[in-house]
Write a protein that binds this ligand. Sequence first.
Ligand SMILES: Cc1cc2nc3c(=O)[nH]c(=O)nc-3n(C[C@H](O)[C@H](O)[C@H](O)COP(=O)(O)OP(=O)(O)OC[C@H]3O[C@@H](n4cnc5c(N)ncnc54)[C@H](O)[C@@H]3O)c2cc1C
Length: 289
Amino acid sequence: MRPASFEYCKPRSLAELQALLRDNDGNRKILAGGQSLVPMMNFRMAMPGVLIDINGLHELDYVDDAGSALRIGALARHNRVMHSEVVRAGCPLLAQAYENVAHHTVRNRGTLAGNVCHADPASEMPAVLLALDAVLHVQGQAGVRRVAAEDFFLGMYTTAVEPDEFLAEIEIPKFDASRTGHFLELSQRKGDFAICGIAVAFSLVHGLFKDVRIACCGVGEKQSRLVQAEQWLENRPADAASIAGCGSIAAGLVDPPSDTKASGAYRRHLVGVLSAKAIEAALADLNRR
Ligand SMILES: Cc1cc2nc3c(=O)[nH]c(=O)nc-3n(C[C@H](O)[C@H](O)[C@H](O)COP(=O)(O)OP(=O)(O)OC[C@H]3O[C@@H](n4cnc5c(N)ncnc54)[C@H](O)[C@@H]3O)c2cc1C
C-alpha cells in the first residue's frame, strides 16, 4: 500500500510552522509520530497534499511539573509521558492508563498530542484527559486558545483544532493527597483500542466522594463524561452500595453501537461493570499511598 503523492516540509522554528499553517484549507497536515496518520495515508483514508513534519521542533518535546499542573508539549512521545517521574508523582492516572495504549514500539514514536488530535473514538487518552479536567493549548495565528477537554473532542476524528492551528501543549491539574483515579478497559488483545474503556477520578474527603469525573471511550461517536453518574456519586459515602448504584446509572447513560467486536448491549453492560471496578481500583490505589 502506498500513499498518494504529497509535498513534505520540515519547519525549523515555530514561526516557520505558523507560516506553513497560515491559510491552510485542510490540505496541509501536521506529521507528529505518524502512527495514525501514516497508516491512514497508506489506506488512502487521508490524502493531504502537504505534510508538515514537526519532529525537528525540539522545543515542543517536554513533560514539565509547573507547580499545580503538568505541562506536556506537542512532541512528547507516549513512552516519555508514561515513564515520566513527574507524571507518576503528579498524575498517576495518566501513567497507569498508558498501560492500555498500543505497544512499546508504537509508544516510542507516537505522541500524546497526536493521539488526541487524531480523536479516534476508541482511543483511551481522550477519556483520560476528560477525567483529568485537562486544558489543551491550541496555538493559532493570533495567539493561544485554552480549550477545556470537554470542548476539545467534537466527534469522530474531529477536534476543536482549526486547520491553521496546532495543539501546542496539554495542561493537566496535579492530584493532591485526597485525589485518585483509575482507567480500565476491555480490548480484544493487550494494546488494542478499547471495546469499552472507563476513566474515573475523584477526591475522598471525610469518607465522601467529591469532584467526581467518569469518562468513557469506545462506546460512541466520541469520548464523553457520564455526568449524571458523576453527580449521583458526589457526596455519597465510599461504600459498595454507592459504587454499585453509580455503575448502574452509568450503564443507562450510553447507547453504544454494535460492531464485529461487540454488541451495543454488551458495551452498555461493560460501562456499568468497568465504572464500578475502576472506582474500586481508584480507592485501592488511594489506600496504598
Ligand atoms: C499498531 C498500533 C496500535 C495502536 N494502538 C492504539 C491504542 O490502543 N490506543 C490508542 O489510543 N492509540 C493507538 N494507536 C495510535 C497511536 O496512539 C498514535 O501514536 C496516535 O494515535 C497518534 O499520534 P502520533 O504522534 O503518531 O500522530 P500522527 O499519526 O502523526 O498524527 C495523527 C493526527 O493528528 C494530527 N496532529 C498530530 N500532532 C498534532 C498537533 N500537535 N497539532 C495538530 N494536529 C496534530 C495529524 O495531522 C494527524 O491528523 C496505535 C497505533 C498503531 C500503529
